[in-house]
Design a protein around this ligand. Structure first.
Ligand code: HEM
Length: 408
């Protein structure tokens, strides 16, 4: 097995600035690394990450979330397994697909996107990260839950601190303390609203969660609060980075932007390729339940495994010319890209495959369509080169654009 010395350390500034060259070295010559600082085994090849996520032989658990996220959320479906997980997932999944998504939530998505674009459509300039991407998905979730969007600044602060806690690989005590604060602030905010919604249900997702029952199992106030915290974080931070990512990728490839503008049915392919090329979540952990052999060596039972989605999604043995953004690539299937049959790893695979994948797709399709309509000649601000930020989750730090405003 390789040691971490041979490749840039995942906690180094060099890696944070550009992880892709390090990912290549890992895949080629160090596919299994023992990483002392995070006390975890790092895997980077597509076949290994896919195998860990699919977990056909029940060799891995999500017990890592006991320390990685439970201290801020409380216990959520991410940590559950077996029947308990299946029952909990069945309680919440219907809200994120099919008729609930189409009939109840699409209007929220349309309206929230439009409201944000209205604030800059006449100005000729915007920062698509701060003016749009960081606001849109979290506003949609707040609306779905029937929460007051006026609390946006707090939601944003909370989900950012939750994700920072999750990705606190170096164990920064300030990040840990901010996470603990978020846990108590969120509980103080949410529990009275949950009690009120139980007493006086409405047509929102929160009321649905309060009433949901599968096989005689329903959710406690504490369960619902934890799930709402997970939704804000899992649905806010990730889709925020996905929307900024798709625009950055298209703006840097003007001929592909023109093709997508011309044929809007290409948006799902552009989104799928963005998820492969610049995934919002670059790494996900697991815990080994037994000894497991993977490329490059053996992982003992009871170890933490860090799966590098960002590396696996650029594996040259899986994708042709993997470092090229290509909306038209033939080795990525758009029709399955938002289901557990996906042939990229951005939503993970297997039992914990992202519940919100179709919601994210709906948000991206509607958002990109509306943005392209509002900004016919959108381009990056002069001389601006997008810079990605983040190690655990990653996306453009800012995306200033210019366009000729439409006249009414
Ligand atoms: C592009 C956007 C998104 C990305 C890249 C993404 C990524 C992921 C990943 C990698 C996982 C697997 C975690 C694991 O296996 O440990 C996951 C799970 C999950 N996601 Fe997403 N997500 C996105 C959007 C959303 C949205 C919009 C929501 C809902 C509002 C959501 C809710 C969830 C939930 C509840 C889980 C846990 C599922 C389970 O444990 O069974 N996600 N997501």
């Amino acid at each position: 097995m390789s040691t971490a010395q041979q490749v840039p350390d995942i906690l180094s500034p060099e890696f944070a600035a550009d992880p892709y060259p390090a990912y290549r070295v890992m895949r080629e010559s160090a596919p299994l690394i023992w990483h002392e600082a995070t006390q975890s085994y790092i895997v980077s090849r597509y076949e290994d990450v896919e195998r860990v996520f699919k977990d056909k032989n029940n060799q891995f658990t999500t017990d890592n979330y006991d320390w990685q996220i439970e201290p801020v959320h409380g216990k959520t479906i991410l940590q559950l397994s077996g029947r308990e997980h299946a029952v909990r997932r069945a309680l919440v999944a219907p809200a994120f697909r099919g008729s609930d998504l189409q009939e109840k939530f699409l209007p929220f998505i349309e309206r929230n996107s439009r409201e944000l674009i209205d604030a800059f459509r006449h100005t000729g300039s915007a920062d698509l990260v701060t003016d749009y991407a960081t606001r849109f998905p979290v506003n949609v979730i707040a609306d779905m839950l029937g929460l007051d969007k006026a609390d946006h600044a707090r939601f944003h602060r909370w989900y950012t601190s939750v994700i920072a806690f999750l990705g606190n690989l170096s164990g920064d005590p300030e990040v840990a303390a901010a996470g603990e604060r978020t846990r108590s602030e969120f509980a103080e905010y949410m529990l009275p609203i949950i009690r009120q919604r139980r007493a006086d249900p409405g047509d929102d997702l929160l009321s649905t969660l309060c009433a949901a029952e599968v096989d005689g199992v329903s959710m406690s106030d504490e369960d619902i609060k934890a799930f709402c915290s997970l939704l804000l974080a899992a649905g806010g931070e990730t889709t925020d980075k996905a929307i900024a990512g798709i625009f950055a990728n298209l703006l840097l490839n003007p001929e592909q932007l023109a093709a997508v503008r011309e044929d809007r049915s290409l948006i799902p392919s552009a989104f799928a390729e963005t998820l492969r090329y610049t995934p919002p979540v670059h790494m996900i952990m697991r815990q080994s339940a037994t000894e497991v052999s993977l490329s490059g060596g053996t992982i003992p039972a009871g170890a933490t495994v860090t799966c590098l989605i960002g590396a696996a999604n650029r594996d040259e043995s899986r994708y042709r010319d993997p470092d090229r953004f290509d909306v038209f690539r033939e080795d990525l299937t758009t029709t399955t890209a938002f289901s557990a049959a996906a042939d990229h790893l951005a939503f993970a695979l297997g039992r914990h495959f992202c519940v919100g994948a179709l919601l994210a797709k709906a948000e991206v399709e509607i958002g990109v369509n509306q943005l392209l309509d509002a900004m016919p000649d959108v381009r990056l601000a002069d001389g601006f080169d997008p810079v990605e930020k983040g190690v655990f989750t990653r996306g453009p730090q800012s995306l200033p654009v210019r366009f000729t405003p439409l006249t009414d």
